[in-house]
Design a protein around this ligand. Structure first.
Ligand SMILES: [Zn+2]
Length: 210
């Protein structure tokens, strides 16, 4: 990036460019901040925190971190970074058992079109008890049929398993309730409820190994 050409652009456009770089790579975001004072200033804008790519940060940083990482995550949350909100929802729900707070975070992530939000909400509904089972199945089957299923869901499932293995889970529903969605006594092929049981089995396996 030539600094003279960059300086000629409007401030909005400069911020947009910095945000685009930040949204593709966290490493590039931090390298860019070292390049000059002006870019460092732009990189601290709330708009940029809302876009920065967080994939490379381990999920347990949302569970226990301090100093600069914690400050950075908080800035991302305050500026409604969808991935930060989604991860905070997972930690609030599974680790702390803070269902209301988790619901607020996951809903905020959903409003911002985070692809993992419906997946997490579906799982939360299944763990919420028998009366929410149908809603959970419906939500997860929508996720299964969506175009992002093959790309995003394995990523979020992996993230969730990582969280379950690396942190202390204190949500009593998750620890002691084992929802079951399909009646597999009758052979019927592979239904939406079977799919939910399949997704839940990943969680149960991860919990059993803790
Ligand atoms: Zn079934």
């Amino acid at each position: 990036m030539s600094s003279s050409n960059f300086e000629d652009l409007s401030l909005d456009l400069q911020t947009e460019i910095v945000a685009r770089v930040a949204s593709t790579s966290l490493a590039d975001y931090f390298n860019m901040k070292k390049s000059c004072k002006k870019i460092r200033y732009l990189a601290e804008e709330g708009f940029v925190y809302g876009k920065v790519c967080l994939e490379k940060i381990p999920i347990d940083a949302w569970y226990s971190s301090n100093g600069r990482i914690s400050l950075f995550i908080n800035q991302c949350l305050e500026n409604e970074n969808p991935e930060a909100l989604f991860r905070q929802a997972m930690v609030e729900y599974f680790c702390w058992g803070e269902i209301e707070t988790a619901t607020e975070y996951v809903n905020s992530a959903a409003v911002l079109d985070h692809h993992g939000a419906a997946y997490l909400l579906g799982l939360m509904l299944l763990f919420h008890g028998e009366e929410y089972k149908y809603d959970g199945i419906k939500m997860l089957s929508t996720v299964k049929k969506s175009s992002c299923f093959n790309g995003s869901v394995p990523t979020y499932r992996k993230l969730l398993i990582e969280l379950l293995r690396k942190t202390k889970i204190q949500n009593l529903d998750v620890l002691y309730y084992r929802p079951s969605c399909c009646d597999d006594r009758v052979f019927h092929g592979y239904c939406d409820a079977c799919f939910c049981d399949f997704e839940l089995s990943y969680i149960f396996n991860a919990l059993d190994r803790c």
